[in-house]
Design a protein around this ligand. Structure first.
Ligand code: UDP
Length: 353
């Protein structure tokens, strides 16, 4: 059976991290949202490190309430030293023993799902973050909050590429507000715990991460397009199709995340993504046609009622801070990443949905 990840990608992540991973030896880590797209990668990487590289294994406690994790999320692996607890982080979490790192990746990140679950989206970023910061304070754990590039909203074109210092342009009432605003509050909470409580906190702002493991029922652009390519259907482009994104392959992203978790400067937020190419969704469809070697057609459509409009027109990160502080340098070109993703989705996705 096709796995949700490529084993060579896990090795690529570990090799990309170099010696710094030794700091995880014998450590206890709590990972929230551990059955989501990114969380599942952390589990595989930590398991690989414990089995192959570290002197002492990592003890990993994975929390998730499985609300948006898809079929793969329910397929919980049984690994030594890794335990899963079905827990909604909006409830306080008690843990006996020391915790070295808390990776707070729980959240509802796909626009389809945050439109469907706006209250849950808001609560996980606000109450969930508060609960996990309380736990971090009790244990003096290093704390890492997964925020989003959505906190910048629809950026002023003069501010692109977007630096971490840009304050954003976000509506508090728009269809994306439940996600954008709650991630902003999560960042504020992390910042308060850094400034007032002396906790080592970091914030990560991922920019359109993609790769094997994205569920067909995720409904973000690349799983939708890959699913349509597999079924020989035209790609549905929402809006004008001129809106842009900058996509980052998952191995580069996970390396960036782990570098922040290990080496991020206290209190800092980091953009993690690719510094180019910034492409329109129409151009993405054209590149997919080339990469898939199939006769891919696309059509421009209205936004479906399930998808939040009022989206950012452009999204391109400035990643120079992560380069300077963490030596983060993405390696995988867009075409190479898309090739890996499409090869995987051809095997993993269903032929009829
Ligand atoms: N999009 C699209 N067709 C789809 C899904 C998304 O044209 O089937 C567009 C969407 O309007 C946005 C971009 O692709 O401009 C990226 O959307 P996604 O949902 O992946 O995430 P976002 O970057 O908006 O958070």
């Amino acid at each position: 059976m096709t796995k949700f990840f490529l084993q060579s990608d896990i090795v690529e992540i570990v090799n990309g991290l170099g010696k710094s991973v030794k700091e995880f030896s014998g450590k206890t880590i709590i990972l929230t949202g551990g059955r989501g797209f990114l969380g599942r990668y952390f589990i595989e990487v930590f398991n690989y490190l414990s089995k192959n590289l570290l002197e002492k294994p990592i003890r990993l406690i994975v929390l998730d309430n499985l609300i948006a994790s898809g079929r793969e999320g329910l397929n919980i692996p049984v690994y030594e030293n890794i335990s899963f607890i079905n827990h909604n982080v909006i409830e306080p979490f008690k843990f006996e023993g020391e915790v070295d790192f808390i990776i707070h990746a729980a959240g509802i990140a796909s626009p389809f799902y945050y439109k469907k679950f706006p209250i849950e989206t808001l609560e996980v970023s606000i109450l969930g973050t508060k609960n996990m910061l309380t736990l971090a304070e009790q244990n003096k754990s290093r704390f890492c909050f997964f925020s989003s590039s959505e906190i910048y909203g629809d950026p002023d074109p003069k501010k692109i590429p977007i630096k971490e210092s840009y304050r954003g342009n976000v509506s508090c009432q728009g269809p994306r507000a439940c996600y954008d605003e709650s991630k902003r509050v999560g960042e504020t909470l992390s910042d308060i715990y850094f400034n007032y409580k002396g906790l080592h906190t970091n914030t990560i702002r991922p920019f359109n991460i993609y790769g094997p493991g994205m569920q067909e029922t995720d409904y973000r652009v690349l799983p939708n397009f890959a699913s349509q390519i597999k079924r020989n259907l035209p790609l549905n482009i929402y809006g004008s199709g001129n809106q842009t994104r900058t996509f980052c392959y998952v191995t580069d992203a996970i390396i960036g995340f782990l570098l922040v978790i290990l080496k991020g400067k206290g209190g800092e937020a980091y953009n993690i993504g690719n510094s180019g190419p910034e492409i329109s969704i129409i151009d993405l469809a054209k590149i997919l046609k080339e990469v898939s070697l199939k006769n891919v057609q696309y059509k421009i459509t209205e936004y479906p009622s399930t998808y939040p409009e009022d989206e950012p027109n452009r999204r391109l990160p400035d990643i120079s801070k992560a380069l300077k502080d963490l030596s983060f340098k993405p390696q995988i070109s867009l075409r190479e990443g898309l090739k890996r993703f499409l090869n995987w989705s051809e095997l993993y996705y269903s032929s009829d949905k």
